[in-house]
Design a protein around this ligand. Structure first.
Ligand SMILES: Cc1ncc(COP(=O)(O)O)c(C=O)c1O
Length: 396
């Protein structure tokens, strides 16, 4: 008799990337040189000085033991995060209780729902979204309420349209700018509105995911929600990660900062589940945050060039798109010729007929329908080649 998975797993939407991965594997088996612009998995190397620090620290016996919340390497990392936040956003954080390192921000986002949501608690999640924002709610057994986001509203949630009853039952809301997958950005005025909205809602945790703060173009600067006056007195937390800014996606290191009560509950939940982060990784991350930052500038320049190549090439073949101001993605409406297809069908066609992998919009929720997402994780030549192949498919 088969042993069935738990209901909490069965309730999760189909993970579309698994299907795309299967199609990609089949194409590779047929000998196709697949150009993979699907997953937001940085292709560039971690800067050398960070890798060197990891190698050095991995040899130290004390660093090979279990991580302890108040150990020395743990303090060094938290102080480095505080210093970085001060320098980057002019936000003061107390390393003692306003910073919690994570095994990647994805881990923290998922556990946040587990730590706070009871079965009748509502989590408000703008849609489309980075999938763990909504999947974490479902796994935790909370009630998911999708707030639709559309191009007409610049992919911003309309918080004032939420009913009083919904807001009364809500315990958590996610926001995230610069936004994955839509690439929408938000200036300080938007965060001022969110903070003003949060002021009379002491029952709701506002979780801002700031993963892409460093990958911005054309002079745009992405603010932290904690820059807004009064934000630190509310139930506001902010997730960040080293995955994208320092090409450390595989290292699994991120963090969450802000409201100490929320962080302490999240830390409590985590203490029953994990043993923290390999200390050598924590020390290398501290080095990344406090060391030279020209590597971040170079990475942004690389993405900017790739963005320009992709946008110019797509516009050149008649697929009209605009240049995103941040993130290493492009969120594009399915071209008219294929608009009868779902985003999943279109993405499958691209893998099978063109050997190009893109992420289907519905991988980010139902409001992602009609779109695909390009990730700028191949070099300029390969990006141009991908567009040439797409052009052929559009013309056939
Ligand atoms: C919006 C957003 N949040 C979180 C993450 C996960 O980051 P990490 O590698 O720190 O788990 C990603 C990764 O793509 C992301 O796009």
């Amino acid at each position: 008799m088969p042993i069935h998975e738990a209901d909490r797993l069965r309730r999760l939407p189909l993970y579309l990337f698994t299907i795309i991965d299967g199609l990609k594997a089949k194409a590779i088996a047929r000998g196709v040189d697949v150009i993979d612009l699907g997953m937001g998995n940085p292709d560039l190397p971690t800067p050398k000085h960070i890798v060197d620090e990891l190698c050095k620290q991995a040899k130290v016996t004390e660093n090979q033991r279990y991580s302890r919340p108040n150990g020395e390497p743990e303090q060094i990392l938290k102080e480095a995060i505080a210093e970085w936040y001060k320098g980057r956003f002019d936000v003061d954080l107390d390393p003692k209780d306003e910073i919690l390192p994570l095994i990647g921000s994805k881990e923290g986002v998922a556990h946040l729902s587990l730590a706070f949501l009871n079965h009748d608690d509502i989590a408000l999640v703008p849609n489309p979204a980075y999938p763990v924002h909504f999947n974490g709610v479902i796994m935790a057994g909370g009630v998911l309420y999708n707030i639709p986001m559309t191009a007409e509203h610049n992919f911003k949630p309309d918080l004032n349209s939420l009913s009083a009853e919904l807001v009364r039952r809500a315990k958590l809301i996610f926001i995230s700018y610069p936004h994955n997958p839509t690439t929408a950005v938000a200036g300080k005025e938007f965060f001022e509105e969110v903070v003003a909205w949060a002021k009379d809602k002491p029952n709701i945790i506002i979780a801002h995911d700031l993963t892409y703060s460093d990958i911005t173009f054309d002079g745009f600067r992405a603010p932290s929600i904690l820059e807004i006056e009064g934000a630190k007195d509310l139930n506001i937390i902010e997730f960040h990660t080293l995955s994208k800014s320092y090409n450390m996606a595989g290292w699994r290191i991120g963090y969450v900062v802000g409201n100490k009560g929320i962080l302490s509950t999240l830390a409590k939940a985590k203490s029953y589940i994990d043993f923290g982060i390999f200390r050598a990784i924590q020390l290398a991350a501290a080095k990344a945050l406090t060391g030279p930052q020209d590597c971040v500038k170079e990475l942004v320049e690389t993405y900017q060039k790739r963005r320009d190549v992709l946008v110019d090439a797509l516009n050149g073949i008649g697929w009209h798109v605009e240049k995103p101001k941040a993130t290493f993605y492009l969120w594009a409406q399915i071209p008219p010729k294929f608009s009868a297809l779902t985003s999943m069908e279109f993405a499958a066609l691209l893998v099978e007929e063109a050997g190009v992998v893109l992420a289907p919009g519905t991988g980010f929720g139902e409001y992602g329908e009609g779109y695909v997402r390009f990730a700028l994780v191949e070099n300029e030549e390969r990006i141009k080649m991908a567009v040439e192949r797409i052009d052929k498919l559009l013309k056939d």
